[in-house]
Structures are given as structure tokens and as C-alpha cells.
Design a protein around this ligand. Sequence first.
Ligand SMILES: [Zn+2]
Length: 84
Amino acid sequence: ISGTIVGIWTPEMFHGVSVAGYHLHFISDDLSFGGHVMDFIIDNGIVEIGPVDQLDQRFPVQDRQYLFAKFNVDEMREDITKAE
Ligand SMILES: [Zn+2]
């Protein structure tokens, strides 16, 4: 399959804001398949690396469902641990 992997490496001290270590996501060229990457082998490709010196986090504050949602933080933490 051909596509693009985008990822970041986060220092341990920022775990929680992001996932500590490498965190990679994939999207296929035809945009029909993608998600979190657990492992991969590259036949050929281009690797680009650069520093990230800022994080811009936005929230959907115009969305009433988001504003009044009852989040179960423990369940969310468990789901993230399983997925990542
Ligand atoms: Zn992920």
C-alpha cells in the first residue's frame, strides 16, 4: 500500500499532552485507509525530519455536544493506553 506516515516523537516529560515516544499515523494515497501505526516496512520513500517547537491545541467550543459532554476520564485514559 502506498501512502504517507506522519508522526512525532514526544519526550517522556510531555506524556499526557501527547504520547511519549514515537507516535505515527498513516493515510493511504487514495485516502481510503489510515490510522495509528504500530509497525511498518518501507520499500522506498522520502523521509523528512524537523523540530517542532510549539503545540497549538484547539477545542470545538461552538459545539454544544462537546461543551456539555460528560467525559469519563478513567475510561478515556484506558482506551488511549490500549490504542497507543
Ligand atoms: Zn495514534
